[in-house]
Write a protein that binds this ligand. Sequence first.
Ligand code: DAH
Length: 346
Amino acid sequence: MLEQLESELARGRAAFEAATTLEELEAAQVSVLGRKSPFGQLQRGLGSLDEAQRRTVGARVNAVRAALTDTLEARRAAFRDAADSALLEADRIDLSLPGRRPRGGSLHPLTLVEREVIEVFVRLGFRVVQGPEIEDDWHNFQALNIPPDHPARTMKDTIYPAIPGRTDLVLRTETSAAQIRTMQSQPPPVHIVSPGRVYRRETSDATHLPVFHQVECLVVDEGITFAHLKGTLEIVAKALFGQSRRIRLGPAYFPFVEPGAEVGVSCFKCDGAGCRVCGNGWIELLGSGMVHPQVLENCGYDSERYTGFAFGMGVERVALLKYAIPDMRMLVENDARFLSQFEGVA
Ligand code: DAH
């Protein structure tokens, strides 16, 4: 029996070593150590030995089983290690590869410009107010001296929302309506700016959009003159486009002001000499004027006592000039390659 045990030990070790996969090793375990294996039979044969023999042979049986189990476990561990290494190898991360940086968003150029304009006015002590984008005909037209048949309506014709029971609603054509709402809600003095979106029935091109933004400014108090308008415009133009800019006023007609003035700023590229950006040296920036007495009266203000000035500036226009954007439509195309250029500008 002892000889048989030695040969089973040798056979078993050889079988475990010969296994090339975990499955082969499991099969070898059954054939070497299983109940029906020669070793198993030897183990059961112990019962038929006398006590002294059983002790000697039994000790050897235990030693052989321990030796075989050790070999088996060592082989099993080797297979497991190999499997682990293969997994690790498959999951290997190349730390020298550049990472993928998560893209942060940034403020839209229109937001940047609107905020910058507003900031200039806030520093001057102006209050910021918002008007509704869906206006009624009275605020958007009539109170601004644009009666139903006035030709100025044609230029600014807009979208009329179909709301049951209301035939007087328009998507506002200019932020000037906010002047009316402000004056109706408070007595003078007034110093407000009102930013917001406006709508016109217009085909978009490089310098026009049917939906765009304006910043409206209104000042009403006793003794407000054209000089106050001019001084404020100069401060705003310099703050937005640089201290060396000059402004120029020319006559213009807007139903809600008298007199009305169109305001240009000297070109930042050629400083007024004339170039490809500006043409004649000046860039038209906004419409302005002294608030028409009738508009003051429409809002319940005493036009004998109070005077005021107002102006309205196109935000897209300012953005095009400030950032040298060649086409207004780029502002609404949402092309990330365009928008990402404004990262970190604010
Ligand atoms: N609302 C005018 C426009 O959209 C701009 C404007 C002109 C605003 C004169 C004013 C103003 O407040 O006084 O073209």
